[in-house]
Ligand binder design. Structure first.
Ligand SMILES: Cc1cc2nc3c(=O)[nH]c(=O)nc-3n(C[C@H](O)[C@H](O)[C@H](O)COP(=O)(O)O)c2cc1C
Length: 143
């Protein structure tokens, strides 16, 4: 039997108010629990009150989790940037990686951040639209 089709998507949104580190931690904990259950992996970037999130996984589960995310009232102005089928996972090691450029919003270990920073660089050949968009959001917001 063929493996379930893998899809990915990227959206941007804005936090309705600035989230505290404790609120970010809680959001990540809940997100990671559910993502593990549904086979979803990805990365969440949070910079200057704006989110960019990449999620990937089996097509049906991806839509289910994306719906849950859209219904969360902690953010608004959600815009889908790209949705594409993928051959293999780009963030397979992370049930939800997290990265920020704002010192007050750092949660997670420095090791994790180092690993992830590498992952936000462009792959040398044939980068997917999602990787280009993530790279550009991450670098445009560098100060
Ligand atoms: C920016 C943002 C990213 C989120 N990412 C995920 C995610 O990757 N997976 C997920 O299941 N939920 C995600 N959520 C949804 C929240 O985790 C969810 O609404 C929260 O877990 C509350 O659900 P609960 O009432 O079941 O605790 C996200 C929400 C926001 C605002």
């Amino acid at each position: 039997m063929p493996a379930a089709e893998l899809n990915s998507l990227v959206y941007v949104s804005s936090a309705v108010r600035l989230l505290s580190p404790a609120e970010i931690e809680y959001l990540l904990t809940r997100a990671r629990e559910r993502n593990q259950e549904y086979g979803i992996t990805g990365v969440l970037l949070y910079i200057g009150g704006n989110f960019m999130q990449y999620i990937e996984g089996p097509a049906d589960n991806l839509e289910l989790v994306y719906k849950i995310i859209r219904e969360d009232e902690q953010h608004s102005g959600i815009i889908l940037v790209t949705r594409e089928a993928i051959e293999e996972r780009q963030f397979g090691d992370w049930s939800m990686a997290y990265q920020t450029r704002d010192a007050q919003d750092y949660v997670g270990s420095p090791e994790e951040r180092g690993l992830l920073e590498k992952q936000l660089k462009l792959p040398p050949t044939n980068p997917s639209t999602a990787r280009i968009v993530l790279h550009s959001f991450w670098n445009r917001n560098s100060s």
